[in-house]
Structure formats: C-alpha cells, structure tokens
Design a protein around this ligand. Structure first.
Ligand SMILES: Cc1ncc(COP(=O)(O)O)c(C=O)c1O
Length: 375
C-alpha cells in the first residue's frame, strides 16, 4: 500500500491540520479495531492490557532516546505536567518558574496554579514572532527553580532554541521542562542530546494517534527526589499490594501516573508512533522543510502576511498567516475541501509527511481565492 493511501481522508480533502490532529491512518483504525476484538474475544485481558501500556511507554522512550523507566504514560500533557508541579517545592528561596510567552495555555495555567503554593511565575515576553535568547538570560536567575518552554509555539509556529535555553538554565541551577507536543514526530528529538530535565508531549498531532494518551519524560537522576501528590494505584511501587495504609510511589517515572491506564489509546499510540518511525523522523523533517518552504514562498509571493519566522531553523511544521477574519477564512477553505485551523488571528497550515507539493499549491490557490480576508 502506498503511504498516502494509508490515510483515506487524503482522497477527498487537502488535509493540512496536523498541528491540531494527525490524519487517521488505516494502521491506527486497525489498532482500535484490535482493542475491540481483544475485549470481545478475551473479555478482560488485564495482563495483556498492562503490557500494551508498557508497549506505549517503550514506543515513546525509543522515539526520544529515553529509558522506559524515565517515561510516565499519562492521559494528557496537562496530567503529566500537573503531577510534576505537585512534586515541586516552592517554599524556599528557589521558587521562581520562568515561562515563555509561547506556552500552550494549559502549561502556563498549571504554573500559575502553583502560586498558591509559593511559586513566583515570570513570563519571558516575545519580540514579535520570536523570543530573543537575551530575554531568557535576563529572566532566569539563581532563584529560578524551573524554566518551562514550548518547543514549537502552537500560535505562530516559532521554534525555540532548546539547547541554548537549557544551557542558560543549567548554568544558573534551574531545571528545564519542554512541551514538545508540536514538535514530536516532525523532527528528531533526543532528550539526552538536548540535556533537558523534563519533556512532555502527546500523540494526537504528528504522532498520528488520538486524544487520551500523552507522556512525561523525567531525567532518571531526578525521579527519586520528586514525590507527586497526584497519586493513584497505578503510580504505586506495587499496584497489587492494594495498600490503603500508605502511599509508596513507584521507583521509576511511573510515579507520575495515576489511575487505570487509557487502554484503547495505548493501541493507537503504538500504531501511530510505529508508522512515523517506519517513514523515519529525519526523512519527515526533510519533507516538512520542503513543504513549509513552499508554503512560505507562496504566501510571500502573493503579498500575504506571514507570521511564522522565514528562517527554517526558527519555525516548526506549522506555518501561520495573518487574516483579519480568520474564522471565516477557515470555514471557507473547509468548504473548498482544505482543512486548516486558526489561533488568534493566525491561520495555521501544518503539513506532515503525507502531504505533497500539490497539496501546497491547493492551499495557496485557496488563499488566493479568499485574498480579501488576508490582506
Ligand atoms: C503545545 C501544546 N501543548 C499542549 C497541548 C495539549 O495538552 P493536553 O494533552 O493537556 O490537552 C497542545 C494541543 O492541544 C499543544 O499544542
């Protein structure tokens, strides 16, 4: 089967909305069918379902070069980051959380919620569509406990220099959390090379699975010293102990999990990640570079207002274009069979490996047809 044929929606639509939800593949559809079949035929195969959760953990660990013991499997990115926040102590001198202005709301909201526990949240402001490194240098200091940054900004597609920001943070004794949701599956990510302390993300965008499954990576040297208060029986050292007299966190990153795993979604997550790896993340990165390059060129040639940075090193798989009636534009494009999305006044065009240059031409033609909403 040709790769494009694995995504039935591509027969009828120009699908460029992977920043919101990856296209459904026959592989992920089959994975959900397998879950229903297992349930139907085996009744309650909990041992096997626990193994599926471990397979989902292994799949992510392999993708980002972590050890499985450093990965918590959660139901959303928010759940993992909240568990991490609950384990942090903000009562001392080092109580500052430095948050970039490119964060997804959920992450910033979680850190602001910690103000009730003594945290001081400081935002690093953007300068247009970028955040200069000097602003991180100014904001991070010896009182900073954590720097929380988004790999690729969901609003405008800008990419932060994770290695450089991590170097600044570590030099000043602060830890680093990266929200890689918008980058996973589009570019090789190696947590050891990046030297980050925590990395969170989920599977429903470029990892091609569905809502309901996400991950938190915690560097192994840090796991034992972090005791979340968002616990549950699946975060215990021994879930079969059924102990109601004590809380005994698992020695690995599993301590950041909580209750019954999202079993159906583990099937989909493994299928989605495998599909991405079968294409190869390096190859995907190259293709996305070509497609985003063509989108930027088409947008600029027609005099539309490109919001994402032009430099390919400074944006992710998400190109944004300003529109003064962006909700209407998104609707009209959908009527033409072009699926994109928007945030603020930005139209978000987000190709994946299943798109080609013909798709880009269709999007640019679509924008040209509705140019009165763009300029
Ligand atoms: C950068 C980023 N972080 C987080 C999320 C969502 O996190 P959660 O799984 O908590 O809904 C999204 C998208 O929905 C996102 O784009």
């Amino acid at each position: 089967m040709l790769m494009r044929d694995r995504f039935p929606i591509l027969k009828n639509q120009i699908y460029m909305n992977s920043c919101s939800q990856g296209a459904l593949s026959v592989d992920v559809k089959d994975a959900y069918a397998s879950y229903l079949r297992d349930w139907d035929e085996k009744g309650s195969p909990w041992e096997y379902w626990a193994e599926r959760n471990e397979a989902a953990r292994q799949a992510f660990a392999g993708l980002v070069n972590a050890e499985a013991s450093e990965v918590a499997v959660t139901t959303s990115l928010s759940a993992g980051v909240s568990a991490l926040a609950s384990a942090m102590d903000f009562s001392g001198e080092r109580n500052k959380v430095v948050v970039s202005d490119f964060e997804f709301p959920t992450v910033a909201q979680i850190w602001h919620a910690q103000e009730a526990r003594g945290a001081k949240v400081v935002h690093v402001p953007a300068a247009g569509n970028v955040i200069p490194l000097s602003r991180f240098e100014d904001a991070i200091d010896e009182q900073t406990a954590l720097v929380s940054i988004s790999h690729v900004c969901f609003r405008n597609g800008s990419k932060l220099d994770i290695e450089a920001i991590t170097e600044i943070a570590h030099r000043k004794g602060a830890l680093v959390l990266v929200d890689s949701y918008q980058a996973l599956g589009t570019t090789p990510i190696d947590v050891k090379r990046l030297k980050v302390d925590f990395l969170a993300g989920g599977v429903l965008k470029y990892l091609l699975a569905s809502a309901g499954l996400a991950y938190l990576y915690v560097r192994k040297e840090l796991v034992g010293g972090l005791n979340p208060t968002t616990m549950g029986w699946f975060s215990q050292a021994n879930i079969f102990a059924m102990d109601i007299y004590a809380n005994t966190p698992h020695p690995t990153a599993r301590r950041f999990e909580s209750g019954t795993p999202a079993v159906p979604n583990t099937y989909a997550a493994v299928a989605g990640i495998k599909l991405v790896q079968s294409v190869g993340v390096e190859r995907i990165e190259q293709q996305i570079k070509e497609l985003t390059g063509a989108i930027k060129e088409g947008v600029m040639k027609r005099g539309f207002n490109l919001v994402s940075p032009v430099d390919p090193k400074k944006h992710g798989a998400l190109i944004t274009v300003r529109s003064h009636k962006v909700d209407l534009l998104t609707k009209w494009l959908a009527k033409d069979g072009i699926i994109v999305s928007h945030r603020d006044d930005n139209l978000r065009i987000s190709p994946h490996f299943y798109n080609d240059l013909h798709d880009v031409d269709c999007v640019i033609d679509g924008l040209t047809r509705h140019r009165e909403l763009l300029v």
